[in-house]
Every structure is written in C-alpha cells, then in structure tokens.
Design a protein around this ligand. Structure first.
Ligand SMILES: [Zn+2]
Length: 75
C-alpha cells in the first residue's frame, strides 16, 4: 500500500455560509480570492479559512482506496 498526502483548507463564504475545500497552497501561499457559486460573493480564501488538515490518501494498485485525516500542519 502506498500513500499520498494532500494539505487542504476549509473555507466558509462570509456572505451565505457555504463551505468549500481547497488545496492549502492556493489558500495559504497564493492568498487567492474565489467566487462563491451559491451567492456570487467574491471573498479572500485566507481570511475565511476555518480549518486546515492533512489528508492521507491510501493508494493500492494505482487507485485511491481510502482517505483519512492524517494530522494538522501546526501540530
Ligand atoms: Zn456565498
């Protein structure tokens, strides 16, 4: 079994409360703005970050078998 890791950030639209998941490099490094596809509000991802976790992705035979929380970057 192989594994891969993905650092993801959870964001919340400040206008309607819709929750999004995005790659952390896009949120924390690029500090990008995104447009909410529910209400159309454009907001900054970094300022609306509510959680950040590392996902551990288990790979078997070049296929994703399982995904779980592997930790938090600040721990
Ligand atoms: Zn919204």
């Amino acid at each position: 079994m192989d594994e891969a890791w993905l650092d993801i950030s959870i964001l919340k639209c400040p206008n309607c409360g819709k929750i999004y998941a995005d790659a952390s490099w896009y949120v924390v490094v690029m500090e990008s703005d995104i447009e909410c596809n529910i209400c159309g509000n454009i907001f900054n991802t970094t300022r609306n970050l509510i959680d950040r976790v590392l996902l551990r992705i288990s790979i078997e035979g070049n296929r994703v078998k399982d995904v779980e929380i592997g930790g938090r970057p600040e721990e």
